[in-house]
Ligand binder design. Structure first.
Ligand code: HEM
Length: 176
């Protein structure tokens, strides 16, 4: 930050958010450990069968026509990656993705890289998600198949992306 005028260094001034503000369905698996499934019927009448349809679900419930909401089913907003790796202390486990399926940045980057390379866990007797399979997507409609799923990255390249994301934390400095 040396050389940057102080008025341009605060998060409130043109600070990059590292999102393109669009919506996408990455094909994220269901997270059965999400506490929402166990909530009282008053809040979650569908129990374990609940499916989060993201933007499309919201538009449907808001009364929009199928011609408007169908193309948005399963899409979630591309979140800001600013501070994505920021934690209260180094060993603190964060969950990533709208339903918290991924428990590390390495896991989600590996998913981007190999979603369409591994087979489905549901078909295997010895499923090891991320290693020999990925679970089926929670919502199969409108999955982005052009920009992710088989990136051809090596393990080292995945780690470099994870390390890069670590630099997006406010106050980051080399050697921390
Ligand atoms: C290598 C490049 C990319 C990296 C490192 C990356 C990283 C991430 C991370 C870490 C998250 C989780 C953030 C959180 O939970 O707070 C995320 C979510 C997301 N990203 Fe990416 N991303 C990449 C490329 C893309 C592309 C190309 C798209 C769109 C085509 C995209 C769309 C999304 C969406 C929609 C979510 C939210 C998914 C959900 O919650 O269901 N990302 N990304």
């Amino acid at each position: 930050m040396r050389g940057v005028p102080p008025e341009q260094t605060g998060p409130e001034r043109d600070a990059p958010l590292f999102t393109d503000f669009t919506y996408d369905n990455l094909g994220v698996p269901k997270n059965p450990k999400n506490p929402f499934y166990g909530m009282p019927a008053q809040w979650n009448p569908e129990g374990a069968a609940y499916v989060d349809n993201g933007l499309g679900g919201y538009l449907k419930d808001a009364g929009y026509k199928p011609s408007r909401y169908e193309a948005e089913i399963g899409k979630f907003k591309v979140p800001s990656l600013r501070n994505v790796d920021k934690r209260p202390f180094p060993g603190f486990v964060k969950a990533f993705g709208h339903n918290g399926y991924f428990k590390s940045l390495k896991e989600i980057v590996h998913f981007y890289n190999t979603r369409d390379v591994h087979g489905r866990c549901e078909k295997l007797g010895d499923p090891r998600p991320g290693e020999n399979c990925w679970p089926e997507p929670e919502v199969p409609s409108n999955i982005n198949r052009e920009e992710l799923g088989n990136l051809g990255l090596t393990g080292k390249e995945e780690e470099a992306i994870v390390a890069f994301m670590g630099t997006l934390s406010d106050g980051y400095s080399m050697g921390k």
